[in-house]
Structures are given as structure tokens and as C-alpha cells.
Design a protein around this ligand. Structure first.
Ligand SMILES: Nc1ncnc2c1ncn2[C@@H]1O[C@H](COP(=O)(O)OP(=O)(O)OP(=O)(O)O)[C@@H](O)[C@H]1O
Ligand SMILES: [Mg+2]
Length: 846
């Protein structure tokens, strides 16, 4: 660190004596200067703050110094040991405009400025540390000094300086260590030269300098061959990546990682391998890096983690402690016996005080996309644990929303992107502006460069692989979208609903009390079964607090459509088109594949009640997991369904309550009874069965009621344009969607004469009486457009399925003569249209 001398001490160099007039404009944002930068700008980095830049332009003769505000300078958590005093000294924003101010700096003098020179600006002395290339400046790379990432240090002179620690050989233990002798003959725990051994990267000199102060010998860290035997290639890479991240080998001094592999790629096994390795081994003298690990996970997965530990490491190697009703945190804190604590997010908050007493060396946050908001209690609680090595696991893409992205990044590697306000100025704003249609060429370029830089920087510690990497280990997947004809009562009620006053209000744009959400809810219930709508009407009638005008007007006159003696408990199966299809589907699966099982998914508990009733009526054995299922019972329910000895034919699953992270490989048919606005919810559910361990070809059926709102939601899910502006992560619901009146008009239309509105929209020339154009093996979508733009989809490769991609799927109407699929053949009577896509077709046996 170079300290600036007090102005009174300056002598000699005339530059040092120059004075400076206060700026005309104060506090420009860090990138303001950039948008105005011309190619002939010379950028000079000056000491005094990590983010201090002197721009020297030859024409017009302007020189400006952009410095962050005091607060932001201090907030940015760089490693370059600047004192707080220093930061505040540098908290000056100044613009030198020679022609206007007639001020002391002459361009000639400025051009002479070199590294090491000092200048007086705004009463502060600043020292020139180095010249920043325009490229570093426009990419924003120079703002990130102190991170020490390869991306930065490769091109920024200043950054190089910051991190060029003189290498001192630490491989030779000092004489004192020799005397200690404890690690002299230390050997790797497993043979690094054995065939198929998986050896972690050796720490480089810089790392040794920082982390091996005592000079222990460097020892190979080798993954337990017992685990390696089972690992898929992508998992080996993943473990290497996680190891390098948490060891601070990828980004200087930062120990966080995000493993965002798609669902089912075995993130759990990769973490277990990491934990087992770090708890037994280390690169310095073989000393274990971590003593205790904390795994925080949704309640329904606590036991899944226990099982996975057991599956891969048995019960003797490592002592894990899953917290549940009978096993409280105190037991873990009191006992030196356990080294891994597995706890739900909810329980973590409740037991935070006790957990804080334990020093955890590694923190793993499963389904960690929930930490996308730094204001939430859970995030604050986890941060308060002050564990440096943090890993987030998530199957959901993390780059779609730049603010959420910041929260996740800042959680795993605090301060790496500076403060939030700094990040917004340097990255978010330019990137978002550049994506707007009105963006100028200059803005587009800047935004693109910043996005590239952000991706490069964060790409060092984010890893996302797509399902393709395990496709070859999986059986075929036959995916069907089934358009079910609505029943007569459904059509009549649907028409009435659309004619209601509430819907008319919506179409006039009167959305004050969100009547459109009530209307949408009613239409969705009706599609599942009319009796659900009947129940809602009756509930509202009985409720003394029913004062919502909109809801009243919506339900008026509906009761008359139901038969006078209508009993929702005795509902008829014929009243719902989807239910009829479902029944036939269950019957044919039961008949043709008596040993195979079905996962039946709905977003609504009330719908699950109906489906459960149907199971009872038809004598199908079932089990059920929804929001009300006690957490302690969940894994047991899952295990028993997955067991080959299980007699349960159907697993009733509430996707929102329990979909995330579950392995339901006992089932090979999955039926999505209803559709969610949020494609991520549906994809989560569909990923439960087609995953590692699945032995049978997997059949997925998405049931949609033809011509209704369900088709519209599906179209919205698959339309790229819509996805970019709306919902995609698991926490977002229809309440978060903004609808235009035009969109509502479209939503509130019933297409009675179409076989499939979605197909009509495809502009396809086929008449639906033959197999559609292709047998594309394109993958199904999960994600919303990435805010970082098209170039950054690499780590987020599941692109939304577009309408044109859907056109490549096989498609045919229900009247099609040659249905080769025996399951579809059996349900065709109630189906107006099918779309079908087969993945891993070569091995498909339908
Ligand atoms: N190498 C492997 N060989 C066999 N089975 C594996 C392997 N890796 C993982 N599995 C199994 O694959 C299933 C899915 O793994 P896991 O639950 O870790 O997925 P995930 O990536 O966490 O998915 P999600 O995002 O849905 O939680 C588990 O049953 C796991 O035991
Ligand atoms: Mg998981």
C-alpha cells in the first residue's frame, strides 16, 4: 500500500503542487464517465481509493476524476488493505475542465503523468498507480480491483500489482516445523497414481503463500476411490470445481461457489464427496481443511440428505446429524461425535443461537435460490454464521434476474461485486439499458461488455451443466401434451363465467381489486373439475365476510347451472374432460404395465382430494405428499413408494409443497393434472422421475383442457417473449404477472371449435391427421431469458421451448388413425390433440 503524503509535505515535482477547483457536477456514477468516453481517452488509475480513475482526453481538453462516494468505497470489500482513512480521503469527485476553469493542469503536464507520480486534486494528493486500458475501463474490470481473479489480473496492470505477492518457498518446512516433524512424512490419503484416481488441483504459489504460513509440505488431495467408482464424468469435474472454489483457488481469497446443475444431476453426491474429502484431507500437511459442515435444506429433503450420505458413504465413515423432531440441535452441539449437521431452513432460524456456537468450516445451502433476496431472515441468519466456505446448490438458473443474481453472488462471495449500489451502476444499469430497444449503439456496446465481464467474473465460481450430460445414462423419456375435450357442464359454466360482470370489468381495464386473479382462479378450478367451483361458490355464500363485489358478481347465476341436487362429494367423473382422460390413462397403465407406478401431480390440495377420491373409487392404491404432510414423514413416504416392494400404484404429489429436490424414481409415469403459470414449477415436478436410478422408460403426460385458459397458460409458458417479462422462478405466482387488457381478452376467450388452439397458432400446414413434422429430440425448457443476454446462455442452456420448437414435436389430432402409442390409443376418445416428443429415442420401447 502506498500512502499519500500530507499536502504540506509535497515538494519538488511541479505536478505535486498543482491545485484543483471543485467539480461543477458532483457524484457522477462510476459509469457516467464511461458513456461519455471517446476512443482517445487515456485512463490512469490513481491511488487513494480502489476505484479512482483519472481520465485524460485530448479533445475536448477535459480531464475528469471519478471516485465513488465515501460509503461505497468503504462498502466494497477489497482485499487491498486500504485503510478506512484512506478511503475517505479519496472520497472526492472532481471534474477538471481546463477551458472552463482556466485551471492549473495543462494537458501537456497530464500527458506526462506516469506511474508513481502524485497530483493534487481537491486538496487531496493522489498517486498514479498505473494506466488502465480503455478495454478494462469499458468492461468495468478495473472497478473490481482486489478480487484478484485471473480475468482481472491478466489485463490490469494495477490489479497485477495488487496481487503480485513475492513468492516465498513454503514447500520447505522451516526449521521449527522440522523440529515439530509432525507432517514430515505426510502422504496422500489415497494413491494419486492409482488408475482412475481423482486428484484435486495443487495449490499454486500464491495460495501457499497465503494459506500455508507454517510451511507444511504440500500433499495431494485425492478423492476416495470408493466414491470415484460411482462418479459420472460431470460429477468429477463438479467436485474439482467445488474444491477449487472453496479452497480459494479460483478467485483469490474467495471461498464461495454456486453449483447450479440442472435437476437430477447429482448435486448431492458432488457435495458429499467434497465434504468427505475436506473433512479428511487437505493440501497442507494432509491436515483436514474442514472439521464441521452445515447443510441447510428444505424440510422435505433433510432425510434425503441422510439417505444419500448413507447410500454413498455408508454409516461408519462420517457421522451425520439430521435435525428432526426427535433429534434436536443441542445434541449435535454437545457431542464431538458428529461432523455434519443437516437442518431445514425453518429449523435453522429457530435454533440459530445454538448453531452460532458451533464453528462450521463449510456451509451448503441446498435449493439455495431462496437466498436470492438478501433482506430475508434466512439469508441474514446464514451470513451471521460467518462461515467463509459457502456453497449454494440450485437446479434453477440463477442469471435471469440481475438483482437476484447479485444477492446469490454476494452471499457466496461477499463483496466480490462491490456494494449493491455500485453493482447497479457498473453492471445492472448499463446491461439493462443496453437491452432496451431505444438503446444507442454506444449503450449497447457498453452493456454487452459489462455483461461479458460479469459473466467472466462470476463464471469462475458458478457451474451449470444441463441434463444432456446424463441423458446417456437414462432410459428414454416420452413426453406428451394432451389436449382434453371439456365436458358439457364445464363448457356451460365456462361460458357463464366469461359473461359475468367481473370478467367484463376486467376487460374494461378495471383491475383495482385484482378481479382478474379471481376470474383466472375460477376458470382454472373449473378446468380441473366443476365441483371445485361449486365448492368455492358455496364457501363464499356461507362466509359472513364475503364482501368482494367482484367475486359475488362472478359467481352469480352459476349455481343455477348446477343440478339442484348437486353434491360435490358425489362428483361425476364425466363432468371433467381431464378427469376422464386421467381415468383411462390410469386404467391402461395398470393393465399394460402392472408393475409400473404413477406420480400424479397437482398444484392444488383440493384437486388432490378429488384425485384421491378417484383412486379410492377405482381401487388404486395410493400414497400422498402435500403441504400438510409432516416433514418427518416425507422421506418415509418417498422411500416406501420407491421401494420395489411397495404396493402403492399412485403417488399423489402437490408440486408446490413437495416437488423440489424429491427423487421419485419408483414411478415411471408422471401425470401433470394441471398447469402452473410458472414453467419452473412444472419442470420441477416433471424432473422427479426421469433421473439417475430410473430403470423404466419414462412417460410424462401434461393434461390441458382444449380451448381454455389452460392452453393459454401453456402458450405463455412456451412463448419466449412472454417468458422474458414474467415468471419463472419457483416463488412467483400469477399475482406477480402484469396482464394487459389485450392479454386478458385472450385469456378470457373460450375456443369451442378448435381441436388445439396451440396448434392453430403454430402456423403449421398439417391437418393433424398425420404425424407432425419431426421427431426432434430438442429439450424441454426451464428458463426465462437470461438478463445477461443471448451470449450468456451457455451456463443456462435450457432455452425456453419456443413455438417453432414445439412444431418439431410429433403432433396429431385425437382422430388420427394410426396411433402407435398404446397409452395414447386408449385415451384418444376424449382427446382432441396430442404433441409428443421422445428423448433418447434410440432405446425407446413404448
Ligand atoms: N453417479 C451416480 N450414479 C447413480 N446414481 C446417482 C449418481 N449421482 C446421483 N445419483 C442419484 O441420482 C438421483 C438424483 O440426485 P440428486 O438428488 O443429488 O439430484 P440434484 O442434482 O440434487 O437434483 P435436484 O435439483 O432435483 O435436487 C439420486 O437418487 C442420486 O442418488
Ligand atoms: Mg437436490
Amino acid at each position: 500500500m502506498r500512502r499519500s503524503a500530507a499536502p504540506s509535505q509535497l515538494q519538488g515535482n511541479p505536478l505535486k503542487k498543482l491545485k484543483f477547483v471543485p467539480p461543477a457536477r458532483s457524484n457522477p456514477s462510476p459509469d457516467e464517465g464511461i458513456t461519455k468516453m471517446s476512443p482517445d481517452v487515456k485512463l490512469i488509475e490513481v491511488v487513494g481509493s480502489q476505484n479512482t480513475f483519472l481520465q485524460v482526453k485530448s479533445n475536448p481538453r477535459i480531464c475528469s476524476l471519478n471516485l465513488p462516494t465515501e460509503g461505497s468505497a468503504r462498502e466494497i470489500n477489497h482485499e487491498c488493505n486500504y485503510s478506512e482513512k484512506h478511503c475517505s480521503e479519496a472520497s472526492v469527485t472532481a471534474t477538471l475542465d481546463l477551458p472552463h476553469t482556466g485551471m492549473a493542469y495543462k494537458l501537456k503536464e497530464l500527458e506526462k503523468i506516469e506511474e508513481g507520480h502524485r497530483v493534487m486534486i481537491g486538496g487531496k494528493e493522489v498517486e498514479i498507480m498505473g494506466i488502465i486500458s480503455p478495454d478494462d475501463f469499458s468492461s468495468g474490470r478495473c472497478f473490481q480491483l482486489g478480487i484478484g481473479s485471473p480475468a482481472i489480473s491478466s489485463s490490469s496492470q494495477a490489479a497485477k500489482k495488487c496481487f503480485s505477492n513475492p513468492f516465498k518457498s513454503v514447500c520447505k518446512p522451516s526449521s521449527k516445523e522440522n523440529r515439530l516433524g509432525g507432517f514430515q512424512d505426510c502422504k496422500p490419503r489415497h494413491d494419486p497414481h492409482a488408475p482412475n484416481s481423482l486428484v484435486m488441483s495443487r495449490p499454486d504459489n500464491n495460495h501457499q503463500w497465503t494459506f500455508n504460513k507454517k510451511g507444511f509440505p504440500v500433499v495431494d488431495v485425492v478423492i476416495d476411490p470408493h466414491l470415484v467408482y460411482h462418479l459420472r464424468p460431470h460429477q468429477k469435474e463438479g467436485i474439482m470445481f467445488l474444491y477449487e472454489c472453496v479452497m480459494g483457488m479460483r478467485v483469490n481469497g474467495r471461498c464461495g461457489a454456486i453449483l447450479a446443475d440442472e435437476m437430477g444431476l447429482g448435486k448431492t453426491l458432488q457435495c458429499i464427496s467434497l465434504i468427505w474429502t475436506l473433512q479428511c484431507q487437505g493440501p497442507y500437511g494432509g491436515k483436514p481443511v474442514v472439521k464441521k459442515t452445515l447443510i441447510v435444506t428444505p424440510g422435505s429433503l433433510v432425510n434425503n440428505w441422510r439417505k444419500e450420505f448413507q447410500k454413498w458413504l455408508g454409516s461408519e465413515r462420517i457421522k451425520i446429524f439430521p435435525v428432526d423432531q426427535d433429534h434436536k440441535v443441542e445434541e449435535f452441539t454437545r457431542s464431538p461425535f458428529y461432523s455434519v449437521l443437516i437442518i431445514s431452513y425453518e429449523m435453522l432460524l429457530r435454533s440459530l443461537d445454538q448453531i452460532k456456537n458451533v464453528k462450521f468450516g463449510l456451509l451448503i445451502c441446498d435449493e439455495g435460490h431462496r437466498l436470492k433476496n438478501s433482506a430475508i431472515k434466512t439469508t441474514a441468519a446464514l451470513i451471521s454464521l460467518s462461515c467463509e466456505k459457502r456453497v449454494i446448490l440450485t437446479g434453477t438458473p440463477v442469471q435471469n434476474d440481475l438483482q437476484e443474481f447479485f444477492a446469490l453472488i454476494d452471499f457466496v462471495n461477499p463483496g466480490i461485486l462491490g456494494s449493491l449500489s455500485f453493482y447497479r451502476k457498473v453492471y445492472e444499469e448499463p446491461i439493462i439499458i443496453s437491452r432496451q430497444p431505444s438503446a444507442s449503439e454506444e449503450e449497447k456496446k457498453l452493456g454487452e461488455k459489462r455483461a461479458v465481464e460479469l459473466t467472466c467474473l462470476t463464471g469462475l465460481f458458478i457451474l451449470r451443466r444441463t441434463q444432456e450430460v446424463i441423458n446417456k445414462y437414462l432410459p428414454p423419456k416420452i413426453e406428451n401434451v394432451v389436449f382434453c375435450r371439456p365436458g358439457a357442464l364445464q363448457i356451460e359454466l365456462y361460458r357463464k363465467l366469461l359473461n359475468s360482470q367481473a370478467v367484463r370489468f376486467c376487460l374494461q381495464g378495471l383491475l383495482g381489486n385484482s378481479p382478474h386473479l379471481i376470474c383466472i382462479g375460477a376458470l382454472k378450478k373449473l378446468c380441473n373439475h366443476p365441483c371445485l367451483l361449486f365448492n368455492s361458490i358455496k364457501e363464499k355464500e356461507c362466509s359472513s365476510t364475503w364482501d368482494g363485489k367482484e367475486e359475488k358478481s362472478l359467481y352469480e347465476a352459476l349455481v343455477d347451472v348446477f343440478p339442484a341436487d348437486y353434491n360435490p362429494l358425489m362428483f361425476s367423473e364425466e363432468e371433467s374432460g381431464k378427469l376422464q382422460v386421467l381415468l383411462k390413462l390410469l386404467a391402461v397403465i395398470h393393465e399394460l404395465r402392472p408393475t409400473e407406478k404413477v406420480v400424479l401431480v397437482s398444484n392444488y390440495t383440493q384437486t388432490l382430494d378429488i384425485l384421491q377420491e378417484v383412486c379410492k373409487r377405482h381401487g388404486y392404491t395410493y400414497t400422498r405428499l402435500d403441504g400438510q404432510t409432516p416433514v418427518s414423514q416425507r422421506q418415509q413416504i418417498v422411500d416406501s413408494f420407491n421401494s420395489k416392494y411397495s404396493s402403492d400404484f399412485i403417488f399423489l404429489l402437490s408440486s408446490k409443497a413437495g416437488g423440489v429436490g424429491l427423487n421419485l424414481i419408483g414411478g415411471s409415469h408422471l401425470i401433470l393434472y394441471d398447469i402452473d403459470w410458472n414453467p419452473a414449477t412444472d419442470i420441477q415436478a416433471m424432473s422427479r422421475v426421469w433421473r439417475d436410478g430410473q430403470k423404466n422408460p419414462v412417460h410424462i403426460y401434461r393434461l390441458l383442457t382444449t380451448g381454455t385458459i389452460e392452453e393459454k397458460i401453456y402458450q405463455r409458458q412456451i412463448s419466449k417473449q412472454d417468458l422474458s417479462g414474467a415468471v419463472v422462478d419457483l416463488t412467483r405466482t400469477s399475482e406477480h404477472i402484469q396482464f394487459s387488457v389485450e392479454e386478458l381478452k385472450n385469456l378470457f376467450t373460450l375456443h369451442e371449435s378448435s381441436h388445439c388452439v396451440t396448434h392453430d397458432l403454430l402456423d403449421c400446414e398439417c391437418t393433424g391427421d398425420q404425424d407432425g413434422t419431426g421427431d426432434s429430440l430438442e429439450k424441454f425448457p426451464v428458463s426465462r431469458n437470461c438478463q445477461l443476454g443471448a451470449h450468456h446462455q451457455k451456463c443456462n442452456s435450457l432455452k425456453p421451448l419456443s413455438m417453432s420448437q414445439l412444431k418439431q414435436w410429433k403432433h396429431f389430432s385425437g382422430d388420427h388413425l394410426n396411433l402407435t402409442d398404446p397409452f395414447l390409443e386408449r385415451i384418444r376418445e376424449n382427446v382432441s390433440f396430442f404433441f409428443q416428443n421422445i428423448t433418447n429415442q434410440s432405446t425407446a420401447i413404448i
